[in-house]
Design a protein around this ligand. Sequence first.
Ligand SMILES: C[S@@+](CC[C@H](N)C(=O)[O-])C[C@H]1O[C@@H](n2cnc3c(N)ncnc32)[C@H](O)[C@@H]1O
Ligand SMILES: *[C@@H]1O[C@H](CO)[C@@H](O)[C@H](O)[C@H]1NC(C)=O
Length: 261
Amino acid sequence: MAQSLPRLSVPAVLALGSAALGAAFATGLLLGRRWPSWGSRQQRLLPPEDSPLWQYLLSRSMREHPALRSLRLLTLKQPQGDSMMTCEQAQLLANLARLIKAKKALDLGTFTGYSALALALALPEAGRVVTCEVDTEPPELGRPLWKQAEAEHKIDLRLQPALQTLDELLAAGEAGTFDVAVVDADKENCTAYYERCLQLLRPGGVLAVLRVLWCGEVLHPKPKDKAAECVRNLNERILRDARVYISLLPLGDGLSLVFKI
Ligand SMILES: C[S@@+](CC[C@H](N)C(=O)[O-])C[C@H]1O[C@@H](n2cnc3c(N)ncnc32)[C@H](O)[C@@H]1O
Ligand SMILES: *[C@@H]1O[C@H](CO)[C@@H](O)[C@H](O)[C@H]1NC(C)=O
């Protein structure tokens, strides 16, 4: 075994206290050093999505509801269709929602509602997905498929800037009541989304941030690439955040999973 990743035992970390843990990360104890031993995955983390191996992975793991599939195919025909979440990402988030018996979910960046519908299908009958969008057209394109899946009543679309909706939820006393939050809207506001979503989540809740590798631009953001800079700042904030456990998965364009302690 050529594994030499630092191993932090959870109780010890908690005993250290969140301030000490945050400080350790902040002083670069673990940040900024070349990570030792990547094992045998030197070249690429995942095969390209059109490779036979990737197709095998999808065909042996995807159980996409027929309405979700129709919504995905319809969305892919739209000009911005590739901004949709990938199917295996949406399935993972839906499964996490099932695992923690989620009833309330937040979805920032509705688009045609692929992630919103995947989450809605994972919630019980009385469950709700509050989904945020500023563009009126894509959700209306998707709505017939939400109906077809008999999940439209679980999808609460808020057509206004996501920050406004999050502030309204906080003002209405809904802090600590959401089980799942998915951050997939504009990147400029992603840190503000992260902080508000974390407040709205209950302990044990799951927060997902999409596109955290930003096509690799996080390594060397070009000057004036505000989005890349924002994503990079959020990634570093999450790394140092002692209120959460984290995983960053190389799915799609990078998916961070943040588990509220
Ligand atoms: C990456 S797409 C979301 C994809 C969607 N989650 C899915 O599963 O297909 C981002 C969406 O966020 C929306 N958006 C951009 N700025 C926003 C804002 N300030 N508030 C809410 N939504 C915003 C865009 O219109 C776009 O539809
Ligand atoms: C960020 O949020 C502000 C406040 O709601 C909004 O005016 C702005 O348009 C958002 N940025 C983007 C790129 O959506």
